[in-house]
Ligand binder design. Structure first.
Ligand SMILES: [Zn+2]
Length: 364
């Protein structure tokens, strides 16, 4: 076991080769060690967002959340069970950028109005435009976004744009805070272990340079997809990204594991399994959650209900009126379509899982 002495207070502590920035557990100073010369470089611009959640608040937060989602509030106590919870301070590189985008393309729309040019050869309309955005783009400073559940897709854009990156614009992502509470970025204070409110502090593993590169790639792709929503065929897209600031910020997150074991009719259609919720520790917003009943459960219920009704109609068509036979065919159709949906869903799910595994960073 190696030890390293703090660049600020000289106290020695255990050296972790996976860390890029070493954090002193005694004085909270952060420093980088030059691998060739061994020189230590103290870092500034390291902040922490205080946690507003403690272990004893978890039950209340969970109950508030499930109350709004479950159709039968009186049964919540008997059907839902919190299996465990933990909080962690995760380090993010927060990169302030200005992004300017120019795009051009052709649209198939035929309606002309002043300012648009008609391409005589095709009858299509040529369009172009510009837009600019400012972000505080957050990139996790850990080697794997899979370490904790729910961190791989925190970005939910306002535009109808598909997202396949793990970074996100900080100000739009972390949930709306209560009135009188400062926006998350303004709540930051210089990093001190004491501010973590006794939850674990994850160390900083990745370099700022790789974070900036990833943030630029993600913003570029985000803007390209945004431009694509404005036009039929996108011909050209250019996004210039200017980095105006860079900080490392530790942000609190809480994870709850719960189980759902329905006492009602639904118990025949769900498997009792663990489900998870991701909560922002400062805003207390639920950022992601696995719901008690997923689509397959509902489609499954559909199959059973329609199957039963179909059987009843078949019986009635024999004994009462052949008209019931039409209803029987209808219900069988619904059962067929539902089964097809479930089978297809499971296929796609497997594919996504495979794809994700392939994308995992190797050996970094
Ligand atoms: Zn120290």
């Amino acid at each position: 076991m190696f030890e390293v002495s703090c660049a600020s207070c000289q106290a020695s502590f255990e050296y972790n080769p996976d860390d890029y920035i070493h954090l002193c557990p005694y004085c909270s100073a952060g420093f980088i060690i030059d691998s060739e010369e061994g020189a230590k470089d103290l870092i500034g611009d390291h902040y922490v967002i205080p946690s507003n959640i403690q272990k004893e608040n978890i039950e209340e937060i969970f109950n508030d959340w499930i109350m709004k989602r479950y159709h039968n509030p009186s049964k919540i106590k008997s059907e839902f069970n919190i299996l465990g919870s933990y909080g962690v301070m995760l380090p993010y590189w927060v990169i302030s950028v200005e992004a300017h985008t120019f795009w051009s393309g052709h649209s198939a729309k035929k309606n002309l109005y002043p300012g648009r040019v008609r391409d005589l050869a095709s009858g299509y309309l040529k369009e172009e435009g510009r837009f600019s955005r400012r972000y505080r783009w957050a990139i996790l400073a850990r080697k794997s976004p899979k370490e904790h559940w729910g961190l791989e897709r925190l970005h939910h854009p306002r535009e109808s744009v598909m997202v396949d990156w793990e970074g996100f614009p900080l100000d739009e992502t972390m949930g709306v805070q209560d009135e009188g509470v400062k926006p998350i970025y303004e709540a930051k204070v210089p990093f001190k272990y004491e501010q973590a409110n006794e939850i674990a502090v994850a160390s900083i593993q990745t370099k700022e340079l790789s974070a900036v590169t990833r943030a630029k790639d993600q913003i570029n792709e985000y803007h390209r997809r945004m431009a694509k929503t404005k036009i039929g065929t996108l011909y050209e897209h250019r996004t210039e990204i200017e980095v105006v600031g860079l900080h490392i910020v530790h942000m609190p997150f809480w994870f709850i594991r719960y189980s759902f074991s329905p006492k009602s009719f639904f118990k025949f259609f769900t498997t009792v399994r663990e489900r998870r919720i991701l909560i922002q520790g400062y805003t207390k917003a639920v950022l992601d959650a696995e719901l008690p009943l997923n689509t397959s459960d509902k489609v499954m219920t559909n199959i059973v209900v329609c199957g039963t009704l179909g059987f009843i109609c078949l019986t009635l068509s024999v004994f009462i009126s052949p008209l019931f036979y039409i209803l029987f065919v209808l219900f069988v159709l619904i059962v067929g379509l539902s089964s097809w949906k479930i089978i297809n869903r499971e296929k796609t799910d497997l594919d996504t899982i495979k794809g994700k595994e392939n994308n995992e960073p190797v050996g970094s």
